[in-house]
Write a protein that binds this ligand. Structure first.
Ligand SMILES: Nc1ncnc2c1ncn2[C@@H]1O[C@H](COP(=O)(O)OP(=O)(O)OP(=O)(O)O)[C@@H](O)[C@H]1O
Ligand SMILES: [Mg+2]
Length: 505
C-alpha cells in the first residue's frame, strides 16, 4: 500500500491540501486564500469557481513540493467549511450564483418567519438546530427565489445543491463527465434539512424551505470503505485515487483530536470557534443554546453525535483589527499589541458581526465596543479582542456543562489562534481549567486524512490513531476566582448591550 494519505481542507478563508504519513505527521502542504466577497452589510459570498481553481492548484503544488504522485496516496479525504451553499448546473458545471457563506445574514427574515410561524420546534426536534441564518436551508431557498431560472432548473433536476465538499467531490470525480453528487451526515446535519435519526433528507423539513429533493446530494458515510469515487487522471492529482472520507471541518477536527470517547471535547480557534463534545451514539438535545449535530459516521457503524457550541467571530475579529481598523499589520501582532497593557482597561468588545451564535442565537445583535474612557488605547482594544475569543468560549463551555453534565478537566485546543500564547493563557484564566494543544495543530486536515485512511485500512482502528496524539503545550490558570468572576460579569453586561440592535421585520 502507498505510504501516505491526502486531505483537502476547503476553509472559509483558504483552501489547503495536506499530506500525512502513517504516524499522522505532516509531509507536505500548500494553501491559497480566496476572495471574501462582501456586496452589502451582512452579505458574505465566495466564488465557487475560484475555490475549485485554488483547490486544484494547492493539490498539484503540495504533491510537487513533496515529490509525490497519485500512486503514493492510499486515499484522499475532504473536509470543508460547512453550511456554505453552492447551487450549480450539473450539465454545464457552472454555478448559478456565488456561494452564500455560513456567516451571511441575508436570510434573517426566512429564519425569523419560521420561528414566528411555529416551525422552530420541528426543526429543532428533527434537525437538532434552531432556525438561523447560519445553516444552508435558507440560503438554498434564497437562491431559488432570487436567481432567475433556478427553480425551473431544480424541478427539472439540472440545478443541484452542495456545500463545498459536494462541489469539490463532484468536480474531482469528473464534473459534467460523470461527477458524483454526494455528501456525508456531518455536512448534511448543518442544512436544517436532514433528520438526525434517519440520516436522510426529510420531506417535512424540505417543504418548509420549498426545496425540491432532487437538488440534494446522496448522503454517504463520513468514512466510506466503498469510496465516493475516483479522482480523474486528467484532474489535479494526475491519477486515480479513491476519495474515501468527507467530514465538515469541525467534525474533522474532532476526529483529528482523537475525541472518540463520549465526554471528550475539542475547541477549534479559526475564523470562528467551534467547541464539540462527543456524546457517543446518544442524541443529546440542548436546552442551553447548543446544536445537536452528527460528529461522524464511519462505515456501517452507528453514527456518533456531538453537542456543538458555534461562535461566528473569533479569528475574523483579529482580521478585522488588521484589515478594517488597520491597528495591526498581521494576526500575530495582536499579541504584542495586547501585551503592552496589563488588562483590558475596562473595555469589552463583543464582535457580533453576524449576530450572536451559540448560546444566544440572536440575529438582531450587532457588534459593540463598550466601557471606553479617554484612557484607553489600541492596546486595550487588542486585548479586548483576544478576551472576546475566550469569553465567548466560556459562554459555550457553561452551556455544554449544563446540557451534558460533563465537567471539563482540560480543554483540547487547535487552530490558527492557538499560536497566540497570550490568548491561550487568557483562555485558561477565564475558564479556570488547563488548556492543552497537540503537536499537530492542523487537526481539521488530519481528521479528514484519518477518515480516508480508516476507510481503506491504511489505519486499522481508532485505537491506532489515538497513539498518534501528543501534547505540545499546556497552559494553567493564573487568575483567582474573584478575578475570573469579575471579568465574566463585565462580559455578560457587554453582551446585553449588543441585543435588539437590528429590526428584522
Ligand atoms: N497569532 C495569532 N493571534 C491571533 N489570531 C491569529 C493568529 N494567527 C492566526 N490567527 C487567526 O486565526 C485565523 C486562521 O486560523 P485557521 O487557519 O485555523 O483558520 P480556519 O478557520 O481554519 O480558516 P478557515 O475558516 O479558512 O478554515 C485567522 O482568522 C487569523 O486572524
Ligand atoms: Mg479551517
Amino acid at each position: 500500500m502507498a505510504d501516505f494519505v491526502g486531505a483537502v481542507d476547503q476553509g472559509t478563508t483558504s483552501s489547503r491540501f495536506m499530506i500525512f504519513d502513517h504516524g499522522g505527521n505532516e509531509v507536505a502542504r500548500h494553501q491559497l486564500e480566496h476572495e471574501q466577497i462582501l456586496p452589502s452589510p451582512g452579505w458574505v459570498e465566495h466564488d465557487p469557481t475560484e475555490i475549485w481553481e485554488r483547490t486544484r492548484s494547492v493539490i498539484t503544488t503540495a504533491l510537487n513540493k513533496a515529490n509525490l504522485s497519485a500512486a503514493d496516496l492510499a486515499a484522499v479525504g475532504i473536509t470543508n467549511q460547512r453550511e456554505t451553499a453552492v447551487v450549480w448546473n450539473r450539465r454545464t458545471g457552472r454555478p448559478y450564483y456565488n456561494a452564500i457563506v455560513w456567516q451571511d445574514t441575508r436570510t434573517d427574515r426566512i429564519a425569523s418567519a419560521l420561528e414566528r410561524d411555529g416551525k422552530g420546534d420541528v426543526i429543532r426536534r428533527k434537525a437538532g438546530l434552531p432556525p438561523a441564518t447560519y445553516f444552508s436551508g435558507g440560503k438554498i431557498q434564497w437562491i431559488l427565489e432570487n436567481v432567475d431560472g433556478v427553480r425551473e432548473a431544480a424541478e427539472a433536476g439540472e440545478a443541484v445543491f452542495g456545500n463545498t465538499d459536494s462541489w469539490l467531490l463532484w468536480n474531482l470525480t469528473g464534473g459534467t463527465d460523470g461527477g458524483v453528487h454526494v455528501t456525508d451526515p456531518t455536512n448534511a446535519s448543518r442544512t436544517m434539512l436532514m433528520d438526525l435519526e434517519t440520516l436522510d433528507w426529510d420531506d417535512e423539513l424540505l417543504s418548509l424551505f420549498n426545496i425540491p429533493r432532487q437538488m440534494l446530494p446522496q448522503i454517504r458515510p463520513s468514512s466510506d470503505p466503498q469510496g465516493y469515487g475516483l479522482t480523474r487522471a486528467a484532474g489535479p492529482f494526475g491519477g486515480e485515487i479513491i476519495l474515501a472520507a468527507d467530514l465538515g471541518d469541525q467534525q474533522a477536527a474532532t476526529v483529528g483530536q482523537v475525541c472518540f470517547e463520549p465526554g471528550q471535547a475539542k475547541n477549534t480557534y479559526g475564523t470562528g470557534n467551534f467547541l464539540l463534545l462527543n456524546t457517543g451514539n446518544e442524541l443529546v438535545r440542548s436546552t442551553n443554546g447548543l446544536l445537536t449535530t452528527v460528529c461522524y459516521q464511519f462505515g456501517d457503524a452507528k453514527p456518533v453525535y456531538a453537542l456543538e457550541g458555534s461562535i461566528a467571530v473569533t479569528g475574523s475579529a483579529v482580521q478585522w483589527l488588521r484589515d478594517q481598523l488597520g491597528i495591526i499589520s498581521g494576526a500575530s501582532e495582536s499579541e504584542s499589541l495586547a501585551r503592552q497593557v496589563e488588562d483590558n482597561g475596562g473595555v469589552y468588545f463583543v464582535p457580533a458581526f453576524s449576530g450572536l451564535f451559540a448560546p444566544y442565537w440572536r440575529s438582531d445583535a450587532r457588534g459593540a465596543i463598550v466601557g471606553l474612557s479617554r484612557f484607553n488605547t489600541n492596546a486595550h482594544l487588542a486585548r479586548a479582542t483576544l478576551e472576546s475569543i475566550c469569553y465567548q468560549t466560556r459562554d459555550v463551555v457553561e452551556a455544554m456543562q449544563q446540557d451534558s453534565g460533563v465537567v471539563l478537566d482540560v480543554l483540547r485546543v487547535d487552530g490558527g489562534i492557538t499560536a497566540n500564547e497570550l490568548c491561550m493563557q487568557m483562555q485558561s484564566d477565564i475558564l479556570g481549567v488547563p488548556v492543552s494543544k497537540p503537536v499537530v495543530a492542523e487537526t481539521t486536515a488530519l481528521g479528514a486524512a484519518y477518515g480516508a485512511g480508516l476507510a481503506v485500512g491504511f489505519w486499522k482502528s481508532t485505537e491506532e490513531l489515538k497513539r498518534n496524539w501528543n501534547e505540545d503545550k499546556r497552559w494553567q490558570s493564573e487568575w483567582n476566582d474573584e478575578q475570573r468572576e469579575h471579568g465574566y460579569a463585565g462580559w455578560k453586561k457587554a453582551i446585553e448591550r449588543t441585543l435588539n440592535w437590528v429590526d428584522i421585520d
